[in-house]
Write a protein that binds this ligand. Structure first.
Ligand SMILES: Nc1ncnc2c1ncn2[C@@H]1O[C@H](COP(=O)(O)OP(=O)(O)OP(=O)(O)O)[C@@H](O)[C@H]1O
Ligand SMILES: [Mg+2]
Length: 274
């Protein structure tokens, strides 16, 4: 069964608020993958900062409601603000990046046991009730898989672009193909693949170990007729940066992963402008 977008549904009050927000946001990008742990949040966070470095205004919406990792990886702990007059939510700002996540609104370590409609409701509210303002880019970091969150974000945020993150090994590529096909069904105009964990750079000798292989993501993108934005190697420092909330693009832009993210940001912009 084909998934139908509800773009023609009668706009209710919330949809109108979303539309007002979307009118001010030039480029909207969803970052997802069929598989968990492949680096979606790492890519979403570092791509956001790489775009900021190029002089763009950027927002990052954490659409992973049950596993919200964006604040941790960005290095944010505070609660977002509330505009007293409009009662709208004001995003947190870290080094110029606007961020919204459910993480600071929930006690640390508390499980978020929410069924699909509640998770979708939270994402919808992040689009309708947050003062995003004028942005060049809004990125959404999605949870693993092709479930409710992906559907809701695609239907409500109307992204022009989907970035599907994969690692090079076959077990990830299988799920990634599903994600690419979902993006096609959702009629997202521009679909691109990023290959993460493409070779581990040994911190001792600097040589590359093809832990998960290399090149599978690019080959798959070619086969499926979608764009390929680039490969990101694995580096111990990048994992540490994520854990410490100091994104590698800011902390160590000269590292191999840092350079790869900056290149991917350039490729993202040129692909969007094609
Ligand atoms: N290129 C990389 N080099 C080193 N470590 C990486 C790299 N990419 C991701 N990681 C690390 O791998 C782990 C998983 O990454 P991340 O949380 O970004 O994946 P995810 O796809 O968002 O996971 P989930 O499916 O749980 O949302 C993190 O500890 C992260 O720091
Ligand atoms: Mg994640």
């Amino acid at each position: 069964m084909d998934i139908k977008l509800d773009v023609n549904s009668k706009p209710n009050e919330q949809d109108q608020k979303i539309q007002k927000n979307l009118d001010l946001i030039k480029n909207r990008i969803v970052v997802f993958s069929g598989k968990g742990g492949v680096g979606k949040t790492t890519v979403a966070v570092n791509l956001s900062f790489a775009l900021l470095r190029q002089g763009s205004s950027v927002g990052l919406l954490d659409a992973d409601i049950t596993g919200p990792n964006v604040p941790k990886m960005v290095g944010l702990n505070d609660m977002p603000g509330i505009d007293e007059k409009s009662k709208q939510i004001i995003p947190q700002i870290k080094d110029g990046l606007q961020v919204i996540s459910i993480a600071p609104m929930i006690p640390a370590d508390a499980p978020i046991i929410w069924r699909g409609p509640l998770r979708s409701g939270a994402i919808t509210q992040f689009l309708s009730d947050v003062v995003w303002g004028q942005l060049d880019f809004l990125l959404a970091d999605l949870p693993p898989g092709t479930g409710d969150e992906v559907l809701t974000t695609a239907q409500k945020m109307l992204p022009q672009m989907a970035i599907v993150v994969t690692t090079p090994q076959e077990v990830s590529l299988i799920d990634c193909r599903r994600a690419v096909n979902m993006a096609k069904k959702l009629q997202i105009k521009k679909i691109a693949v990023v290959e993460n964990m493409s070779g581990l750079i040994c911190p001792h000798c600097g040589k590359t170990i093809d832990l998960f292989g290399s090149g599978g993501g690019e080959k798959m993108a070619q086969e499926m007729g979608v764009a390929f934005l680039g490969k990101i190697p694995m580096e111990v420092s990048t994992r540490k940066s994520g854990d410490e909330g100091k994104p590698v693009v800011i902390e160590n832009p000269e590292s191999e992963t840092g350079k790869a993210f900056l290149e991917i940001a350039k490729n993202t912009v040129s692909y969007l402008n094609q």
